[in-house]
Design a protein around this ligand. Structure first.
Ligand code: 13P
Ligand code: SF4
Length: 334
């Protein structure tokens, strides 16, 4: 017990419970047991490790997970993803316990934009509404009018009057792509994803030359020079559907590598080639933050119900309004 108390004290520095897992335990069986005992639901994003994806009750992209969080009747939501995703689940479920295996699981996009900064930009454009990508913290959501994900951004922006001035935060690549496909001139926040900006056009060109029958598919967080060559651009779930449904047999996949786990399961006969990044010596197409979740941390967080996501109520209510606008609009335009 003393060890646990010390671990709880250190939680804020470490981001996870630093407690020794009993030797020889079957983590997967224990996690499944805890899920039953505590009426917990495990939500996992496609960028989690394969073993965590396989344990999830719901596996999905940001929109699917937000919808699952809004509908669940579980007592505890265990979010295997990054902090802004777990925070969104808590915004939608104030009375439920929401836990995240490691609170240091951040996001470079979310980190690029502060609520104060966005407020300042809004003051410069008083007639603009603020549309924010879900990859942002609760403070930024509270300063926003509508939240979008990469699955519904195009349809939601198209549903707004053409003459409406819009500030789009925080991803400049997704924003620029949306300006193009929606024929808009949105004011863009200058944030980016470290994973999707790491791809190398030069090395991918070589992959295309080596696999002339392969189709290049990319997430819209990637840079314009890469998106120009993509056969298909979409959110993680759309990329997955495309691989399953399209006739091609080979795909070069320009998004975080975790998605290849589910793609290989759903399209076992297709050849999936992870797009190469600039730095040959790093695993930069893996999101470091997403990979902070491990089976050990997941087990500990379910056992001790920590670390828990907490949000101040005024902030939650404001952020909820922007998320609910997204959920309502995305139901209508489905
Ligand atoms: P999706 O909404 O496509 O799941 O994207 C989330 C994300 O963080 C992409 O980097
Ligand atoms: Fe954030 Fe990029 Fe990781 Fe997605 S892949 S969670 S945008 S850092």
């Amino acid at each position: 017990m003393e060890a646990l108390e010390q671990a709880v004290t250190k939680l804020s520095d470490k981001g996870y419970l630093d407690v020794k897992v009993p030797e020889g335990i079957d983590l997967i069986a224990e996690i499944k047991k805890l899920k039953e005992e505590k009426n917990a639901v495990i939500l996992a994003h496609y960028y989690q490790s394969g073993e965590i994806q396989d344990l999830a009750d719901y596996l999905g992209d940001s929109l699917q997970l937000a919808r699952a969080a809004a509908k669940t009747d579980a007592d505890m939501i265990v979010f295997c993803g990054v902090h802004f995703m777990a925070e969104s689940a808590k915004i939608l479920n104030p009375t439920k316990k929401v836990v995240l295996p490691d609170t240091k699981a951040g996001c470079s996009l979310a980190d690029s934009c502060s609520a104060e900064g966005l407020k300042g930009l809004r003051e410069q454009y008083p007639n603009a509404i603020v549309v924010s990508y879900i990859n942002c913290d609760a403070g930024v959501k509270a300063e926003s009018d509508i939240i979008v994900t990469s699955s519904n951004a195009e349809a939601i922006i198209n549903s707004l009057p053409q003459e409406q001035e819009i500030i789009f935060a925080p991803d400049r690549n997704l924003g620029r792509y949306l300006n193009q496909v929606c024929n808009r001139n949105m004011i863009l926040w200058d944030g980016a994803c470290i994973v999707h900006e790491a791809f190398s056009l030069e090395r991918i060109a070589q992959q295309i030359a080596d696999h002339p029958k392969a189709k290049l598919i990319a997430h819209p967080e990637a840079q314009e020079d890469l998106l120009k060559f993509a056969h298909f651009i979409g959110s993680t779930s759309r990329l997955l559907d495309y691989v399953v449904e399209d006739d091609a047999e080979e795909f070069i996949v320009a998004t975080e590598e975790g998605i290849l786990h589910e793609m290989a399961k759903l399209a076992p006969n297709k050849k999936l080639i992870p797009a190469l990044v600039q730095d040959e010596s790093c695993n930069c197409s893996e999101c470091f933050y997403m990979k902070l979740s491990t089976l050990e941390k997941l087990y500990l967080c379910m056992k001790y119900e920590l670390p828990e996501i907490q949000i101040e109520e005024d902030l939650r209510i404001k952020a909820l309004a922007a998320i609910n606008r997204m959920l309502d609009l995305s139901e209508k335009i489905k």
